[in-house]
Write a protein that binds this ligand. Structure first.
Ligand code: AMP
Length: 182
């Protein structure tokens, strides 16, 4: 199964992606995690990404798409994947389509996790990540609205919408049921 998870910061993408990857037996590919791993190893890519991450801005499409292309070329991604945090722009979505098309594949579904705005901020402030200060959170929300929300329209053919308020386990089941993959 080739899946993309979308949703605003704080919607629980990372939590659900880990659980879904396990249930569907496919790798979980999080661009945020890949950037943080590069950052902790102080690679050139990590240092390049840091200034964007610290500000709540998107890392350039060129850097991000290059990183995803390499990750998707690894053996484990041949059987499918769950992308978490990518694509975040329509341009990234077009690049992803081209990458998949080159190997004769395409996305099976794009899962949109829906959570009311007021709950998002509460969740994020409780998470305590380095880039979870109030100003940076606010900027990430703006960037989501401007750059990422248009993906919902872009992917309307394959979009699966999930009410992502409730217990973690319950939300995972909702996704699997809707994908008919329980
Ligand atoms: P996340 O863990 O998904 O919240 O991502 C943390 C940060 O990594 C974001 O605020 C961006 O700076 C960067 N990032 C993650 N994914 C992407 C992406 N697809 N495109 C550009 N920047 C990204």
């Amino acid at each position: 199964m080739r899946l993309v998870l979308v949703g605003p910061p704080g919607a629980g993408k990372g939590t659900q992606a880990v659980r879904l990857a396990e249930r569907l037996d496919v790798p979980h590919i999080s661009t945020g995690d890949l950037f943080r791993a590069n950052l902790s190893q102080e690679t050139p890519l990590g240092l390049e990404a840091k200034r964007y991450m610290d500000a709540g801005e998107l890392v350039t499409d060129e850097v991000t798409v290059g990183m995803v292309r390499e990750r998707l070329a690894e053996d484990d991604a041949a059987k499918g994947f769950i992308l978490d945090g990518f694509p975040r722009t329509v341009a990234q979505a077009d690049s992803l389509a081209a990458i998949l098309d080159a190997s004769g594949s395409s996305l099976d579904a794009v899962v949109s996790l829906e959570v009311p705005q007021e709950q998002l901020i509460k969740r994020l402030l409780g998470r305590g990540r380095a880039d979870d200060t109030e100003a940076v959170i606010r900027r990430r929300q703006e960037v989501y609205q401007e750059e990422t929300a248009p993906l919902l329209e872009h992917y309307s053919d394959v979009l699966v919408t999930i009410d992502a308020v409730g217990e973690v386990e319950e939300i995972t089941e909702r996704v699997l049921n809707k994908l008919d993959a329980g």
